[in-house]
Structures are given as C-alpha cells and as structure tokens.
Design a binder for this molecule. Structure first.
Ligand code: GLN
Ligand code: ZN
Length: 764
C-alpha cells in the first residue's frame, strides 16, 4: 500500500483562530489555561481533518504558538541568557519573551525561512553554549494525539539545519562543535519518543537543498550516524523541501535513515535519480507531489504517473505521497471562499483540498487508476479548462511580451546626462529631503475605506475623504520644508493589493491567510492570468496632489518583482514571464504619470532580494530577469523624468551590482538600524547614481535627534559624494503615529540643512 503522508498543516486555522487566541493572551484577556486549551482544540480539529481526508501518516508537533524553530530552540534549551530570568525554564513566559522581547530582554532576531515569506526566530549560540533537553512539547503533543486516537508521527527540525540557521554570538563558533553538542540531546529526544511508542519521526533538513560546505556535509554524516541508530523501533525519515537535492543527493541518500522525502514540485527533474538512489540504498521514498507553496489544483494524472513509476521500481510499501513541503505556506480551505467564482475555484486547491488530492494519489497508486476514475476525469477537465481559458490567456498580452526589445530596457541617455538635465530642471538643494511614500494610516482613513468597501460611503464621499487627507499631508510637508513631496498613499490598503485589485489577471480571497510570523498573517493576492492594466491606477490621486502644490510631487508605484514575490502566482508559465507581464502593465502607469506632468516617479522594489534562489548558481539568471523587469517598467520615460526606487533591508553586499544595473536615478535604502553599516558595500563598489540612505528608523516610535541624523549623514558622506546623497527615512510611515512622524521629519529636514551649511563652509 502507498502511504498518504502530510508534513504539516496551516496551524493558524481556517479563521486565524490561533492568531486571535494568542493575541488575546498577550493582551491579558485570556489566561494561560484557556490558551493551552484553545491550542489543544485546534490540534485536534486539524488531526481529525487530516484523518477524514484519508491521510495515513499525520504529523504532530507541527503546531506552534509562534514558530517551529523557536519551539526547537526551547526544546534544546537554546535560550539566550537575557530571557532566562523572565520565568521558569520551559515556561510560556520565557517562550514569548524570546519571540517578542520583554522588559529588559530584546526579542530574538527574525528572518525569512528559506525563500518563503514565513519568518523564523534565529537561534542564538552564546559564549559557553550548552544544549539540554528542556520542556516537553513534542512528547506532550505526541501523547495527546495518540490518546485522542490519531496515528501521528512527531516532526522535528534536524540538528544540522538547526545549527546552520542559528547565529553565533561569539567568535570561534564552529558548525562541527555545535552539531556535536546538539546530537546527544537529539538522541535523548528520539529515545524518549521511541519509548512513548513513536514508530516514525520526521526530521526536517531543508538545508540539504542548499549549497553545503564540506564541513556541513561532514556534520550531516556524523550526526545521522548516531541518530539513525537510536532505537530499532524508531524509523527516522528526513524531509527535504524547497528545491532539488542536487549535488547533495548522494550524501542525503547515504545517511542511515529509513526514508527520504523529496520536493518534486520545485524539482521534478530529480525524480529518476531519487528513485534510483532509494532503490540502491534500500530507503523508502516520499514523493512531494502536491504543491505546498501555491494554491493550484494538482494535475492528478501527471502526479499519478509519477507515483506509479516509483511504486513499480520500489514497491508500493516503500512509497509515500505527500505535499512538496509543509502546508503551512498555503491557506486552509477553498470552500470558505464563497465570493470567488466557480470557474476560478475549479482551478485551485487550498490545504484541505490538497490533503484530499494526496489521499487520492495514494489510493490511485495502490488500487489502480480505476479506483479514482471520476476524480481523474474531473482533474483532467480542470487542466484543460485552465489551459484554454480566455480569462487566463490574453493574446494581446502575450504578443506584447514577445515584442519587448532591448531598447525598451534602456533609458535614452546615461545617468550623467540625465542627472544634468534633472538638476537643471528641478533646482533642488544639496541633500534633498523626501519620504518613502506612505504617511500614517489613521483610524479615520481605515474607517473611510471600510465604509466605502461596504457601500456605506459612496465614491464621491470616499474621494472627498481621501483628497482631504492628501491635502493635509501635502500642506504638512510644505510647512516643514520638504523638497520632494509625496501624496501619502492614504487610498492604499496594501502596496501589492492596491495594484492587484486594478490589474486584469488578479483575484482575491476572503480567508486565504498564511502565517508570516508569530500571530501575523498575510493574504497574498491570487495572480491567475495574463496581466494587463485596463486603466490608470494612480494618476488621478497623484495629479490631484501635484495640482495643489508648486513643489515636485513624487509618483508612487509598486514594482513588478515585488508584485510577483508577494502574490500567489501562476505555475503554468515561468515566474520570469509573469514578472515581465507585470512590468509592462506598470510601465503603462509610469508613462501615464509622466504624461500627466509628474516629474519624479518612485517604483518600490522591497522584495528583490528575497527572490534570490536558494542556490548561488541560479542567482545570475534570476537577477537578470528581475533587473530587466524593473528596467522595462521604468525605461519608458524621458531623460528629464527622474526614476526612484526603494528597498528596505540592510544586506546588500550580495546584490549590489544588480542594484546598480537597475539604473534608477535615485535609490532609497534602509540603513539607520545598522548605523550605516550597509554603506560598506559602497566602499568597494562605487555606486554611480544617487542614493538616500535612511536616517530615521521607522520601525520604532522613537524620534531620532538632529544630531543622530547628521552623524549618520556624515558617515554616508565619508563613502559617497555629497551630490549623490538624499535625505529620507528608512521606509514608509504608514504604521507610525502622527506626533512622532512630525517630530522626526522636522528633525530630518533640520539635519539636511545643517549638512548643506557644512558643505558651504567647507567649500568657502
Ligand atoms: N512606498 C511604500 C510606503 O511608503 C513602500 C513600502 C515598503 O517599502 N515596504 O509605504
Ligand atoms: Zn521600505
């Protein structure tokens, strides 16, 4: 029999129950006992859902009140010293202090989980770091599930991935030592799970799909040499996901474990090699065939052929079929989407529907195609309808994409010539001041938008409310003496959704929530078809804002790579092609803004870096199409129109040349939190165009002083030419309150003035 396997569920729940419960607990509205009960109820419901769907092998310990890497750190006693005094070892107080910080203990750092939009807490390895079995979550949840009658297996993050994801806080840290210290604790955990009756255990080692050093490869060997032998009763299986094993394939299959799970959605090309390696090493093979990273319905006929092939070679009892990765990264239940039309829904599957697909594939593989004939027929029909649908395929969009020429990717003149024209026309002072786009989204703004959506506020009323807001933001910027103004983005709910809603090819879910970090969830738009822009999206608002001020108003757009990165996108064409279509659509908006008299246009690309492939060998190709998409968007304008872009992160060294190749006239970046550390990248690479290193950290309500900001500007001055430097905050201001924004921007304008005076004095 072929096993229907799952690797994890979207633990927040279909209605974001976990988010609501945890937040109520944080606010003191719910006691600890209630929180624990709510967690147990949710786990039980999810186990039942998987059982009902026909999943044979159901995971436990995939649940978490915050993050699975944090859970693993807690279990291993990897608790930073500053959090230990907060409460008893293993307590929820300590746990949430690590996650969110408490009075004297700043939170642990958070970063993206591989190439997903999920953020994990980065384990810290301190001076004299010891690991010690602490807490009992995995044991408790395993026993809880067995008691409730579910045949579950526990999930852990493997020792090598854990060590590789962690960050040493002392020098002289070595991977080898860390893994050597971790393994005995893992042995204890496995031993105990075996005693409690676990027969299988999933150990996640996604680092096996990344570029590994020799040291890491050796660490895998020594770690699993031990973990493979803990108990004859226990079968560890290693789960890999998010890519191909590639040059780590032999290593992975040489590890002494019972089975290996591989991602065949991201890396279908590894099928043959994996089957051969499994046959040779006598391992069971988990086929990751149902996409855990996207929302499309599985092509069951194609997947079943893979299952049949593997079963023919390895024997049905040695094959499992499952999702490509944990279903954590998909929304829960398509059935709740009552407002998506039937045709669109017919092409999609959320987690619950994916579980049913997995069960069907196992059944079809075991009992033969006839056993699922009706479902195969329905699946085939859905594929045919998607391939042929006029809603998806727009010949005009495809033709336009094919017709893109090199000339369209280039400005008319080089930067030097453009800069001269722009300087002559704009007459901005040295160290020009501007902001990144959004101003505080006040409760009144949100309320007006909500009323408008409900139909309680008509279009004219909504327009008037937004114009009033825009006017007051413009007046304020004039008052404090900002040089380049913005309209404040009051009319935008979200920088991707706002544009997606106005583009053809996009749809939106009501409940398609996916955990981003802790209790934070996002609802990515659904990009299902060829993208085009029926009519201008931002022109009237921007034009209005420009009409009420003599100063230059900057137009504000979201770039194609960010639109792509923060949406669920189609899987029936390469991402690069979808990105190109987005670029053409936004290019139309750029052209229309220019036509409407807007002289500076900012195209935000905060997501360019996170799109980097996991394997370095693939970076170049990605950066090429990503940069080309940006250039395609921007390069429709005349030399005298100034293009800005914005990115908000501080790890730049990897991609600095690609950023240069985007050829924006001005780029604003996040630098203030790292005290301009980022500018190191600009010491070796002479960035040719203009740049606004953020001088005000908008992630904190703190108001930086004039003095602090001039210190940062002096640091920038040390590596850049004064005529290159712009003065701006780190990012948009929409999450901040007005009082702190006012104070901080006033200081910022003052800091720019001081810098100008210093330059003048130096020149005199
Ligand atoms: N223009 C956007 C804003 O100011 C940029 C947001 C971002 O970089 N994430 O809100
Ligand atoms: Zn930003």
């Amino acid at each position: 029999m072929i096993t229907a396997l799952n690797l994890g569920v979207p633990r927040v729940g279909a209605q974001r129950e976990l988010k609501k419960t945890v937040e109520a607990y944080w606010q003191g509205k719910l006691g600890q006992k209630e929180l624990l009960q709510a967690g147990a109820a949710l786990r039980r419901r999810h186990w039942q859902m998987q059982k009902d769907a026909g999943i044979h092998a159901v995971p436990c310990n995939d649940f978490s009140f915050y993050d699975q890497v944090l859970d693993m750190a807690a279990l291993l006693g990897c608790v930073p010293k500053r959090h230990r005094a907060v409460g008893a070892p293993g307590s929820l107080e300590v746990y949430f202090s690590m996650a969110r910080g408490s009075k004297d203990a700043p939170a642990m750092e958070m970063t993206k989980w591989f190439d997903t939009n999920y953020h994990y807490l980065v384990p810290e390895f301190e001076e004299g770091q010891e690991f010690k079995l602490s807490g009992s979550k995995v044991f408790d949840e395993f026993q809880e599930s067995r008691k409730a009658g579910f045949n579950t297996f526990p999930v852990l993050i493997g020792p090598v991935t854990f060590a590789l994801l962690g960050k040493a806080k002392v020098s002289g840290w070595s991977l080898k030592d860390t893994v050597a210290r971790l393994v005995p604790v893992y042995e204890q955990i496995l031993q105990k799970l075996a005693e409690l009756g676990a027969d299988w255990i999933q150990i996640d080692e996604p680092c096996l799909v990344t570029d590994l050093s020799e040291e890491a490869r050796a660490a895998y060997k020594t770690a699993y040499e031990k973990l493979g032998k803990v108990s004859a009763k226990l079968n560890p299986f290693i789960a890999t996901y998010f890519g191909a094993l590639g040059d780590n394939l032999d290593l992975a299959f040489s590890l002494p474990v019972a089975a290996l799970h591989v991602d065949l959605v991201r890396a279908p090309q590894q099928l043959e090699a994996c089957i051969a390696a499994a046959a040779k090493t006598g391992k069971k093979l988990g086929l990751g065939l149902v996409d855990g990273r996207n929302i499309w319905r599985n092509d069951l006929s194609v997947s079943l052929a893979v299952v049949e092939k593997a079963a023919a070679k390895l024997g049905a009892e040695n094959v499992a079929v499952g999702p490509s990765c944990s279903l954590l990264h998909t929304p829960m239940d398509l059935d709740l989407e009552t407002e998506l039309d039937a045709e669109l829904k017919g092409w999609m599957a959320f987690a619950k529907q994916k579980l049913a697909e997995i069960a069907l594939l196992a059944k079809g593989g075991t009992q033969g195609r006839n056993a699922i004939a009706a479902e195969l027929k329905a699946s085939d029909a859905a594929q045919v309808s998607r391939k042929a649908s006029k809603r998806i395929h727009d010949p005009a969009v495809k033709q336009r994409s094919v017709a893109v020429t090199d000339k369209m990717l280039n400005r008319h003149s080089g930067f030097a010539q453009r800069a001269q024209l722009q300087r002559g026309a704009f007459k901005l002072p040295a160290y020009p001041t501007t902001s990144i786009g959004s101003f505080p989204q006040t409760p009144e703004i949100r309320e007006a938008r909500a009323q408008h959506k409900k139909g309680a506020l008509n279009d004219a009323g909504y327009e008037a409310a937004m114009k009033k807001e825009i006017a007051s933001v413009v007046r304020y910027q004039e008052e404090i003496g900002m040089d380049v103004l913005v309209h404040g983005e009051a009319e935008r709910n979200d920088m991707v959704e706002y544009f997606g809603e106005q583009l053809k090819g996009y749809a939106f879910s009501k409940n398609g929530w996916v955990q981003s970090y802790g209790s934070r969830c996002v609802k990515p738009p659904l990009l299902f078809g060829d993208v085009s822009r029926p009519k201008p999206m931002t022109v009237p608002w921007t034009q209005y804002a420009q009409s009420i001020t003599p100063k230059i108003m900057k137009g504000m757009l979201t770039g194609p790579v960010t639109m792509l990165q923060w949406s669920f996108v189609r899987d029936d064409q390469p991402r690069s092609e979808t990105c190109k279509q987005l670029a053409l659509a936004i290019r139309d908006e750029v052209a229309d803004l220019e036509k409407a008299g807007i002289r500076i246009i900012q195209i935000d690309e905060p997501a360019i870096r996170e799109g980097l492939p996991l394997r370095k060998a693939e970076w170049k190709a990605y950066l090429k199409w990503a940069v080309d998409a940006f250039r395609l968007t921007a390069c429709t304008v005349e030399d005298k129109t100034q293009i800005h872009t914005h990115m908000c992160y501080s790890e730049f060294n990897d991609i600095i040349e690609a950023v240069g190749a985007m050829d924006a006239d001005v780029i604003s970046i996040e630098t203030s939190r790292s005290q301009m550390e980022l500018l190191d990248a600009f010491v070796n690479y002479k960035y040719p165009n203009e740049i606004g290193p953020g001088v005000y950290d908008i992630h904190s309500p703190r108001v930086p002083s004039v003095e602090e900001m001039t210190v940062l500007l002096e640091k920038a001055r040390a590596v850049l030419k004064p005529e290159q430097i712009w003065v701006n905050p780190d990012c948009g201001l929409k999450t901040r309150g007005w009082p702190e924004v006012k104070a901080a921007l006033q200081n910022m304008v003052q800091a720019a003035r001081l810098m100008r005076e210093r330059e003048k004095r130096a020149a005199a």
